[in-house]
Design a protein around this ligand. Structure first.
Ligand code: HEC
Ligand code: HEC
Ligand code: HEC
Ligand code: HEC
Ligand code: HEC
Ligand code: HEC
Ligand code: HEC
Ligand code: HEC
Ligand code: HEC
Ligand code: HEC
Length: 323
């Protein structure tokens, strides 16, 4: 609750910068009396008005802390008084000739204050001119139904699963949205073993923050943890008395292919020993000439390293991860 209140407070503060944005880039001069309210747009822009009225933006005017702020159409399009007088399209902020970055700035004037989107300007999407409206519609289509918009990889049975929905004003359901530009990752999700994104049981945004961030490949951090993965695989977090160093220093993806793999444990290599030997060289305790312990040769019976080194993610009792 406190979070909500303080966020709204930030949003109100940043409202001022939103107005500043209109003043510097818009066609209309900023002045309180230049605002006329969304109802004034209804008659001439029936479609936008009708679609918009279903969005959470339209409901802001009913929230008491937004009562004396500019909401509705003019929150994005700027003051409408001059425009409604003659319907002169040059007298209203139009996004027709604005760059994705400029459009995003309009949105960020209210939305930057939240952690989720604080780092939008540090993300790959921003850097590559992908703006808010490449993924979100502003006057959302009137239907809010959870129906997949494509049949390219969505069967009838799961077409209505929540993760295919167009919640949050998304232009299309999330997997389709991301795949429409990142088709290169699709084959990974078709490998024999994969996280079930195409099946609709999880989403790209469970692991990635589409709104940017500091982590490599815009992966998310789970609250108070190291990696997005911990949110669902909490037992891998530790702390362990005996940590397997690469988990902490390099992260899960040094051993796993998070999208999908030919290996049932989503390992980067089809065989476990191939993976281990990328770091543990043969003369680093796993070679034929290894005297102590078992024979660490690569005969089939020893190749499955995790048969003995069971607790490969870290152990509370064994420095060599036996239990
Ligand atoms: C008297 C009728 C009328 C009213 C009222 C009106 N508009 Fe318009 N608007 C027009 C006409 C005509 C155009 C130009 C033709 C078009 O693009 O549809 C236009 C165009 C626009 C455009 C597109 C400009 C462009 O070049 O892309 C926006 C945005 C817009 N109006 C927003 C608003 C908003 C917001 C309101 C309410 C504050 C509003 N209009 C009220 C008639 C009106
Ligand atoms: C959250 C910001 C936002 C709000 C609120 C908003 N618009 Fe828009 N509007 C946009 C953007 C961005 C575009 C450019 C096209 C796009 O990306 O959807 C646009 C485009 C338009 C256009 C040009 C034609 C079109 O549909 O592309 C009209 C007309 C328009 N808006 C009218 C309105 C009216 C009327 C309202 C209120 C009922 C409104 N807008 C509320 C952001 C907004
Ligand atoms: C006047 C301030 C303001 C502006 C400008 C604004 N928003 Fe919002 N928006 C809000 C508030 C407040 C909410 C409701 C709280 C929330 O969900 O974060 C919201 C909600 C949303 C949601 C969530 C909707 C849902 O159903 O979950 C999306 C997506 C969104 N805005 C996108 C945009 C985009 C894209 C733009 C720019 C084209 C934009 N907003 C411009 C204030 C604004
Ligand atoms: C690359 C696509 C993409 C871009 C670009 C993008 N978003 Fe989103 N946004 C999403 C997805 C996907 C979700 C749903 C995430 C989820 O379901 O948890 C979302 C959710 C949201 C939400 C609602 C969830 C919440 O945290 O309250 C808001 C508000 C929002 N986006 C605003 C914005 C704004 C503002 C911008 C531009 C600065 C933007 N988005 C740019 C994909 C995008
Ligand atoms: C409109 C096209 C578009 C959409 C839609 C889109 N992206 Fe992107 N994305 C890009 C571009 C362009 C880049 C930067 C170039 C690149 O690395 O491919 C990028 C970069 C990324 C990166 C960083 C890759 C890297 O190498 O650092 C990730 C992760 C990402 N996008 C995830 C997503 C997710 C998740 C979604 C869906 C919520 C999404 N994208 C939707 C165009 C898009
Ligand atoms: C289980 C978590 C997870 C899911 C789900 C996931 N990703 Fe990733 N993705 C990652 C991780 C971790 C990396 C970084 C891999 C690395 O460092 O080798 C990554 C890398 C990427 C990259 C960078 C390109 C590359 O191969 O390095 C893109 C683009 C991307 N993901 C897009 C997506 C899209 C689009 C979706 C949804 C269809 C998605 N991801 C779903 C975890 C995930
Ligand atoms: C949103 C929850 C979620 C997130 C986040 C997530 N996973 Fe998973 N993961 C699952 C589920 C559910 C399964 C098993 C069901 C399936 O096949 O989809 C799974 C399966 C796995 C498996 C195979 C497990 C087995 O039992 O054989 C590995 C390995 C794995 N995940 C690693 C990761 C890594 C690494 C990350 C971070 C990059 C990650 N996961 C992020 C939910 C998640
Ligand atoms: C040093 C390499 C390595 C790293 C780093 C690593 N894993 Fe694993 N992981 C493995 C191996 C090897 C297996 C297969 C174990 C087996 O065959 O029993 C495995 C299995 C798994 C499994 C499925 C079996 C199980 O124990 O539940 C999950 C889930 C998993 N890892 C998640 C993660 C997560 C989350 C991270 C990051 C916090 C991570 N792994 C980091 C090597 C690694
Ligand atoms: C990304 C590199 C990397 C991979 C892959 C990796 N390890 Fe390690 N492993 C390390 C590092 C670094 C240490 C710590 C070595 C040290 O402290 O001297 C370590 C420590 C160990 C230890 C504890 C004994 C020791 O030397 O400290 C065992 C046992 C071990 N690894 C087994 C495995 C097995 C089995 C696999 C394959 C499933 C594997 N490792 C994969 C990097 C890796
Ligand atoms: C048959 C059981 C078994 C298998 C299979 C096995 N190990 Fe071991 N491993 C051991 C034993 C026993 C030790 C010695 C433990 C000790 O010193 O207390 C050991 C020690 C290690 C150490 C630490 C060596 C050192 O210098 O202290 C590493 C690293 C290691 N194994 C990696 C591997 C790798 C990589 C594989 C797969 C190629 C593998 N092990 C397969 C039983 C096994």
């Amino acid at each position: 609750m406190i979070g909500v209140v303080s966020w709204l407070a930030t949003a109100n503060r940043s409202q001022a910068s939103s107005l500043k944005f209109s003043r510097t880039t818009g066609n209309a001069r900023f002045d309180d009396t230049d605002y006329v309210g969304s109802d004034a747009c209804k008659d001439c822009h029936e479609d936008q008005f009708k679609n918009f009225s279903h969005t959470s933006h339209a409901k802001l005017s009913t929230i008491s802390s937004w009562k004396d702020k500019v909401t509705g159409c003019e929150a994005c399009h700027g003051p409408g008084k001059a425009h409604i007088a003659e319907g002169d399209p040059t007298k209203i902020i139009s996004f027709k000739n604005k760059s994705p970055k400029e459009i995003s700035e309009t949105c960020l004037s209210c939305h930057a204050g939240k952690e989720e989107r604080n780092n939008f300007r540090r993300g790959e999407h921003w850097r590559n001119d992908i703006g808010c409206t490449d993924c979100h519609s502003t006057h959302s289509p009137a239907t809010g139904r959870n129906v997949a918009q494509s049949i390219t990889f969505v069967g009838r049975a799961n077409a209505e699963k929540p993760d295919f929905s167009t919640l949050h004003l998304l232009k299309v359901g999330e997997p389709q949205l991301c795949m429409s530009c990142h088709s290169e990752v699709k084959p990974d999700f078709n490998k024999p073993f994969h996280h079930k994104v195409l099946e609709g049981t999880m989403k790209c945004s469970d692991c990635h923050n589409p709104h940017g961030g500091f982590e490599l490949k815009q992966t998310r951090l789970a609250t108070g943890a190291d990696a997005a993965c911990i949110k669902c695989h909490a037992d891998k977090q530790g702390p362990f008395t005996y940590e397997h160093a690469p988990l902490k220093t390099e992260g899960c993806a040094v051993c796993h292919s998070p999208h999908g793999s030919a290996n049932p444990r989503l390992l980067k290599f089809s065989r476990v020993n191939q993976l281990c030997l990328t770091c543990h060289s043969v003369d680093h305790g796993v070679g034929n000439d290894e005297p102590a312990g078992p024979t660490h040769n690569q005969n089939a019976q020893y190749a499955d390293c995790t048969n003995c080194h069971v607790k490969i993610h870290g152990s509370r009792t064994s420095p060599v991860f036996f239990r």
